[in-house]
Design a protein around this ligand. Structure first.
Ligand SMILES: [Zn+2]
Length: 75
């Protein structure tokens, strides 16, 4: 079993926790967004470590392709 860190998704704008969404840390400070709904990259998601908005590297389709995020501050 691989050891992966998972974090709840925090919407940086509203400070609300997104239900049914989570971030999987695949390499240090780079995250894959798992969500049942498509989350456009215009939605800013806070870094679980420093709280800064994550940078969207790649916007997925909310279905099979997952969005990729990276923290430019601590990453
Ligand atoms: Zn960070």
């Amino acid at each position: 079993m691989t050891n992966v860190n998972c974090f709840p998704v925090i919407d940086a704008d509203s400070d609300n926790r997104q239900q049914s969404s989570y971030l999987e840390e695949i390499v240090p400070h780079s995250f894959r967004l798992h969500s049942k709904e498509r989350i456009p990259k215009t939605v800013s998601i806070s870094c679980p470590y420093c709280g800064m908005p994550l940078q969207c590297l790649y916007e997925g389709d909310g279905n099979r392709i997952l969005s990729m995020y990276r923290c430019s501050k601590c990453g």
